[in-house]
Design a protein around this ligand. Structure first.
Ligand SMILES: NC(=O)c1ccc[n+]([C@@H]2O[C@H](COP(=O)([O-])OP(=O)(O)OC[C@H]3O[C@@H](n4cnc5c(N)ncnc54)[C@H](O)[C@@H]3O)[C@@H](O)[C@H]2O)c1
Length: 251
């Protein structure tokens, strides 16, 4: 049976860990050739090694998503290795400091905006022009439930993720005629190193209770939605925010 993403080329930022890694595995399982990108060389290289063991075509390219030149080089590397670009998943993100707005560390604000918001803009700035000669493509930006509602002590993260949703809608309007679909995915709280690094076990139990399903999500559950958006099965879907949040936003 033909796989859904046979002959497609995908790139995923922050693919050395958590949600991005699950997305890279899933896109490859559907037949895409995947450029795994991360700021962490070891995590990225190990991810690619595992993908190759499974028989998938994948390369690792180091890129810091806060740097425009890194995105430019990343897209060029995808085109050089695999002949073009069809799918881009802007996933890399950080949690940032935890403090109320009146005490929020200024450098922490700049860093979170640089990675979580500027990084998505820089990504699309170089990814979309590479998709146009292919006659279209699919961009999936990883936002968050915190791209829709506030959260105490996480103003930079919340502002960046709201920004990602607006940026997604604008790009979808601009590039719809050229068949580049641009969507945002909003995970609820997902059990990944990002979460486990930043939160106590008590805080995690509290968060579980905020989801209608009474648990955190798994990276694979986000990868399923992202993969669907990447395929032609989602051919009439653009400019949308899709939640995969266990019911977090239902109240
Ligand atoms: N875990 C959650 O609960 C959750 C919920 C909603 C949204 N998200 C979003 O999902 C995305 C992935 O999060 P995760 O939980 O898998 O995190 P993670 O920490 O497990 O993985 C993030 C990866 O991004 C990489 N990275 C960090 N800064 C980078 C940079 N400047 N350039 C390139 N790579 C960089 C890290 O090295 C890491 O491999 C993020 O955008 C995050 O905001 C996560």
């Amino acid at each position: 049976m033909t796989k859904l993403l046979e002959n497609k080329v995908a790139l995923v930022t922050g693919a050395g860990s958590g949600i991005g890694q699950a997305i890279a595995y899933q896109l490859a399982a559907e037949g895409a050739r995947v450029v795994v990108s991360d700021i962490n060389d070891r995590a990225g290289t190990e991810t690619v090694a595992r993908m190759k063991d499974l028989g998938h075509a994948a390369i690792f390219v180091r890129a810091d998503t806060a740097k425009p030149a890194d995105h430019e080089a990343l897209v060029a590397a995808a085109v050089k290795a695999f002949g073009g670009l069809d799918i881009a998943v802007n996933n890399a993100g950080i949690g940032g400091p935890s403090a109320p707005v009146g005490e929020y560390p200024l450098d922490g604000w700049d860093k979170v905006i640089a990675v979580n918001l500027n990084g998505v803009f820089y990504g699309m700035r170089y990814q979309i022009p590479a998709m146009l000669p292919r006659g279209g493509g699919s961009v999936i930006n990883i936002a968050s439930v915190l791209g829709q509602v506030g959260f105490r002590s996480s103003s930079a993260y919340v502002a960046a993720k709201h920004g990602v949703v607006g940026l997604t809608r604008s790009a979808a309007l601009e590039y719809g005629p050229q068949k580049v679909r641009v969507n945002a995915v909003g995970p609820g709280f997902i059990r990944t190193p990002l979460l486990e690094k930043n939160l106590s076990p008590e805080a995690i139990t509290h968060l579980e209770g905020m989801h209608a399903l009474g648990r955190l999500g798994e990276s694979q559950e986000i990868a399923e939605l992202v993969t669907w958006l990447a395929t032609e099965r989602a051919s009439f879907v653009t400019g949308a925010y899709y939640a995969a949040d266990g019911g977090y936003l239902a109240q």
